[in-house]
Design a protein around this ligand. Structure first.
Ligand code: G6P
Length: 390
């Protein structure tokens, strides 16, 4: 019998494996027994990037956190130079009116990320980018949204309609499309597409991506049970500090935003190394930490960041901090250092975030229930902010 969900947010979290699979299906085709990128979407993109590999990402809210993920991904895997802007800032920034040429010493290709494709600030950023003559790509969940129509290129998500105000399935689908974009970029830069090596890179990359929805699906039931328990245990906390390094910083920011939006509990996301530069003064019984401590053992950079995070966990244990960690399944070293450990199936470094965010979404959901919040419609928030703010 099909499960009845009490809230759209819970249903949408559970829909994530299917939503990611649908999104992957949109961009891939079977070719000679293996998967390939769907030519319908990708040739146009060949003209999107600029010669200097400069990219600017403008977005708001959760979509901006996808942008932070995209920044590290496109820089580390593809060698692009990426800036991420708050859409509300980018759209209102200009150079001195008497020196219009100073507005743009660079000519980046611009990505706007938006679930709705209608957020006023992000739409204004897109229009500003077009006025500046940049090539634009819109990644939205609504194929015929204003942004999708106005941008030079559009890469829709196939998350399906998202009703709950806190974004969940659209977020993981945004990460998926950015991972596909990075794969495409990697191939086209190396002119690998039609060579044997290209096929191999592509097949490996797509196989790794396809494993993500399966891993999420397998872990969802245990995460749901554990997060319901942890929400009860931590319900009295006043503030949470979410910490992540590298690409996981994006998830620390998103985990904190989800908690604020859904449960009205104060939370902030920081790069892990910044804890000791101020925020540590807040750490107490009332202010626990949520630390992203997963690792890709085949990636030297990931291992280095992990080792530094383990050292921080040792210090936090000595300090008596309450810590919830997210770690690779079976990582007893991390589990032994923290109050609670949430396990994540190992994956390549740049794909771990797609899984990691799911238990954090569930944590926000159960915290909302603990605090009696109407999680699908938190106060003062809108699904899409379509009036320009002041
Ligand atoms: C609102 C929503 C957020 C969302 C943000 C950006 O603030 O409540 O959940 O992340 O808008 O929306 P967009 O549709 O542009 O992704």
């Amino acid at each position: 019998m099909e499960r009845e969900f009490p809230h759209a947010m819970l249903r949408e979290m559970w829909e994530q494996p299917e939503a990611i699979r649908r999104t992957l299906a949109l961009y891939t085709v079977e070719s000679e027994g293996s998967l390939a990128l769907n030519p319908e979407y990708f040739p146009g993109l060949a003209h999107w990037g600029n010669a200097h590999g400069e990219v600017l990402i403008a977005a708001s809210g959760s979509s901006r956190h996808s942008g932070l993920f995209g920044e590290i991904l496109l820089e580390d895997k593809c060698g692009l130079a990426v800036d991420v802007e708050y859409a509300s800032e980018y759209s209102l920034r200009g150079g001195h009116p008497n020196a219009p040429q100073s507005r743009d010493l660079r000519n980046p290709s611009v990505i706007v990320l938006s679930q709705s494709g209608e957020t006023s600030d992000t739409l204004a950023a897109l229009r500003e980018a077009r006025v500046r003559g940049h090539r634009t790509l819109a990644i939205t969940n609504v194929e015929d949204s204003t942004m999708a129509r106005e941008a030079d290129f559009s890469m829709p998500l196939a998350a399906g309609r998202e009703k709950a105000i806190p974004a969940t399935k659209s977020f993981t689908c945004q990460l998926t499309v950015l991972a596909l974009l990075a794969l495409y970029e990697e191939l086209s830069q190396n002119r690998l597409t039609f060579t044997d090596q290209g096929r191999m890179t592509l097949t490996d990359g797509l196989r790794e991506l396809l494993a993500v929805p399966d891993a999420i699906e397998t872990q969802l039931p245990a995460w749901e049970t554990q997060m319901a328990t942890l929400a009860k245990k931590y319900r009295g906390a006043a503030t949470f500090l979410f910490l992540g390094r590298g690409i996981h910083y994006a998830i620390a920011r998103e985990g904190a935003l989800k908690l604020k939006e859904a449960s009205y509990i104060h939370a902030e996301g920081y790069p892990t190394g910044e804890l000791k530069h101020g925020p540590n003064a807040l750490v107490s019984e009332q202010t626990p930490l949520v630390v992203l401590a997963t690792v890709d053992p085949s990636d030297d950079g990931s291992v280095l960041r992990y080792e530094k995070t383990v050292q921080l966990l040792i210090d936090m244990k000595a300090q008596g901090a309450r810590v919830i960690a997210l770690a690779n399944t079976g990582d007893e070293a991390v589990a032994g250092l923290v109050s609670d450990c949430v396990f994540i199936t190992p994956a390549p470094e740049h794909l771990l975030p797609i899984s990691e965010v799911v238990p954090l979404q569930l944590f926000a959901y159960f915290m909302a229930l603990e605090h009696g919040v109407n999680v699908d419609h938190p106060r003062n928030l809108a699904k899409a902010v379509v009036e320009r703010g002041v």
